[in-house]
Structure formats: structure tokens, C-alpha cells
Design a protein around this ligand. Structure first.
Ligand SMILES: Cc1cc2nc3c(=O)[nH]c(=O)nc-3n(C[C@H](O)[C@H](O)[C@H](O)COP(=O)(O)OP(=O)(O)OC[C@H]3O[C@@H](n4cnc5c(N)ncnc54)[C@H](O)[C@@H]3O)c2cc1C
Length: 311
């Protein structure tokens, strides 16, 4: 079979989150021969228990939205492959995408929609309670903690903004930091100091999350009185995220100081044939949302089509 001609795709989409899925829908409309590869169909959308900010649904679970994405993709001609991508190489102006199962797919263009990973605390029971009291996105999930007690972990600007948001509706918000001061802008600190339902707990870290079906307690550790517990309903881990870019590190793509892919307004990177969309790009700063990822995927697919048309 060595002489068998390998299929060359117009576009291979790396990642099956909202950016990749929307790009695939648009690529299909433009008749681009497309493959989309991802480990988890739907990507990070699997995390939110309920989504209240995606048009046409006043409330939908992440899993239901993913099921709808799946039905839509199934109506396209896109080859949707569930696998891990191990590396990507550019050879003779074509991209070779290596999959864990051993296949190598070839394409004229790639669109990187690999998203980010949220930094975890890596403490006992964190994984067990994801979506059941453990959250990584206050913008997304604050709404479910009205009149409840929550803890925010982290002392950066993102964590402090999460406190301000949660304090609007929660009964009590604790912020836990390992050091003795916040790494937050002065005007944010002023706002925090004005809150009457907020406590900053310095020099402490969470060592364990406890609960039954849902979270009800965190155990803290510090050097002075060793161990404490706080009864809470939710834990918001806001210690930052990072782009999922390990597998594309050999492609010499320009990234910003945090490693997010730099794109122009057409979602093109500095390398011909490489496009990017969604959370992995430098476009939306901390405001990483499904709607933005969808939009960027659509813009990328449209411009890939326009670019191919010119060739
Ligand atoms: C807890 C939580 C709650 C959220 N709630 C909301 C909300 O309510 N509303 C909202 O608008 N946004 C919410 N978000 C943000 C939203 O989920 C993201 O902005 C959106 O999913 C980004 O889409 P994406 O396509 O860029 O990346 P992702 O959704 O992260 O998808 C990345 C894709 O890349 C794949 N991938 C990565 N590495 C590899 C590899 N090596 N091989 C193969 N595949 C790979 C993944 O499997 C996945 O398919 C939430 C995020 C979190 C973490």
C-alpha cells in the first residue's frame, strides 16, 4: 500500500471545542475538504453545569449544548475524528498531523482550536467535585450561588474580579491566598475593602475539599494554627489558565508573553497556512467565552476559504 495516494485535506481543525466545531460548520458551507480532530468533543463546554449566556437558550447544560453541536456536525461532510494529536509538522507547505493511534493526516491549512487548560489546585477531591461545587469560571457559574457561601482561591486580578462578581449575589465570599498580599490593582483592592460580605484569608491554602453529593467544606492549612475548616457551598479556583500549545511548539508560531497565539483580524497566525481560533488566541484576554470561540472559528474558516480561492 506504500504507493497509495494519501488524501490531502483543504483544512484540518485541531480541537473539537466551540471554535473548531463552528469552523467545521462554515468550512462545510464553503465545500472545503475538512477533518476535525479532538480528544473531547465539545471541549471545555463539558464543564459548565448550566450555561445562561449562549443565544437561543436561556439555560442549557454544557452536555446538552454539546449534544446539539454533535447533531449539527453530523449533518456536515466533515471527518470528525476523536483522537489525541501527538504532533504537527510542516513539510513542503503541507501540514502533517500525527495522531496517537498512528494515523498521519495531511492538509493545506490547519486551524488551531486547542483551547486552554485551567490550572488546578491538585488537592484531594478536586476532580470528584468539578461541577458539583468546584468551579473554574466565576463569570460562568456565579449565578448558581445566590445567597450561598463560597470561597475563591487565588490572589491575582482574575481571582479578585471573581470575588467582586460573586459578592454581588452570594451571602459570604472568602478569598484564600498563600501569601500575605493580593496581586491586584489598587482600585480593585479599594472595591474589595468596601464589601461587607467578604473576608480575605492570608497565608493559607486549601488542602482538601469535602462534601457528600455537593461540596460543603474546605480544609485549610497554615503554618501558625495548622489546620482550619470553613463551611462553604462552592469553591472557585481562579489561579489562571494556560494555552494547550505543547503539540504545536515546533511550528514557530508567534505567541504573546503568556503563550497565547497571536492572530490578525482574519485569525491568521504569522505562519502561512496556520490559523487559530478560540481560547488559545490572544484576542479576548480574560474574557474567554463560547460565543467568542464560535465567532473566531467562523471568521477563520471564512478567511481560509477566501485565501484558498485566491491561490
Ligand atoms: C468551568 C467552566 C465553565 C464555563 N462556563 C461558560 C459559560 O457558562 N459560558 C461561556 O460562554 N463560556 C464558559 N466557559 C468558557 C468556554 O467553555 C470556553 O471559552 C470555550 O469552550 C472555548 O472553546 P475553544 O474551542 O477555544 O476551546 P475548548 O472548548 O477548550 O476546546 C479545545 C479542544 O481541543 C482539544 N484538544 C486539546 N489538546 C488536544 C490534543 N493534544 N489532541 C487532541 N485534542 C486536543 C480538546 O479535546 C477540545 O476538543 C467555561 C469554561 C469553564 C472552564
Amino acid at each position: 500500500m506504500e504507493n497509495e495516494q494519501k488524501q490531502i485535506y483543504d483544512l484540518i481543525i485541531l480541537g473539537t471545542g466551540p471554535a473548531g466545531i463552528t469552523a467545521a460548520i462554515y468550512a462545510d458551507r464553503y465545500n472545503l475538504k475538512t477533518a476535525m480532530i479532538g480528544e473531547v468533543f465539545g471541549g471545555t463546554v463539558m464543564y459548565p453545569h448550566k450555561i445562561n449566556n449562549f443565544p437561543s437558550y436561556d439555560e442549557i447544560s454544557g452536555m446538552d449544548l454539546i449534544n446539539n453541536f454533535r447533531k449539527h456536525i453530523d449533518k456536515t461532510e466533515c471527518d470528525c475524528i476523536e483522537d489525541q494529536i501527538s504532533k504537527v509538522k510542516k513539510e513542503d507547505n503541507l501540514f502533517h498531523v500525527y495522531l496517537r493511534r498512528g494515523d498521519v493526516l495531511i492538509s493545506k491549512n490547519i486551524l488551531i482550536g486547542l483551547g486552554t487548560f485551567r490550572r488546578k489546585l491538585n488537592v484531594k477531591n478536586e476532580d470528584k467535585f468539578i461541577g458539583k461545587g468546584v468551579h473554574y469560571c466565576a463569570i460562568c457559574d456565579a449565578v448558581f450561588y445566590k445567597n450561598k457561601d463560597v470561597v475563591v482561591v487565588g490572589g491575582g486580578e482574575g481571582a479578585s474580579m471573581a470575588v467582586l462578581l460573586l459578592a454581588e449575589t452570594c451571602n459570604k465570599v472568602y478569598q484564600i491566598i498563600r501569601g500575605d498580599e493580593l496581586r491586584t490593582a489598587p482600585d480593585t483592592i479599594e472595591k474589595l475593602e468596601k464589601l461587607n460580605n467578604y473576608s480575605l484569608i492570608k497565608n493559607n491554602e486549601i488542602v482538601e475539599i469535602q462534601g457528600e453529593m455537593l461540596v460543603n467544606k474546605v480544609l485549610l492549612k497554615n503554618e501558625v494554627d495548622n489546620q482550619n475548616a470553613i463551611d462553604i457551598d462552592g469553591v472557585f479556583i481562579e489561579i489562571g489558565g494556560a494555552p494547550n500549545s505543547a503539540i504545536i511548539s515546533d511550528l514557530n508560531i508567534d505567541v504573546d508573553e503568556k503563550g497565547y497565539i497571536k492572530v490578525d483580524t482574519t485569525m491568521k497566525t504569522n505562519i502561512d497556512g496556520i490559523w487559530a481560533g478560540g481560547d488559545i488566541t490572544n484576542i479576548d484576554g480574560d474574557f474567554k467565552q463560547i460565543i467568542n470561540a464560535c465567532s473566531q472559528g467562523a471568521i477563520a474558516a471564512h478567511n481560509i476559504y477566501k485565501n484558498m480561492d485566491k491561490k
